[in-house]
Design a protein. Sequence first.
Length: 135
Amino acid sequence: MQWIGLVFLAVAAISLVAWLYLSVSSNASIAGRQIQEYQFLKTKTQQNIAALQTELANINSSTEMAKRAKQLGFKELSADKFEYMQIPGYGGKPTAMLASDNLVFELPQSVVTTEFTQSLWDWAYLSYVEPAINR
């Protein structure tokens, strides 16, 4: 009679571990799926931004600007029809400050620790089996 209780206890313990493993695995897969959805949204947003930048470049192209200027009544002038003025105190466009070519950027190590990349079986092996073997 006592061995039936031990068998039942062993089955209950195995069932509890299996349920825990399935619970953790399902949560990890749900999180992975959410990450995929966010990456998809990020890609779609980047494509939308690129399309808008292309549209802006087309609107600001010289041919389109010339068309709009003509529609607004502006006329094209030859070089002898206008003259440049010197404005005291105006230094022109500021020069661009570019980064040096010899800068080296070090990429950070992985932010995710091994506790979050191990499976339940890896953790159990490293925590219980390996120490028992190394005794």
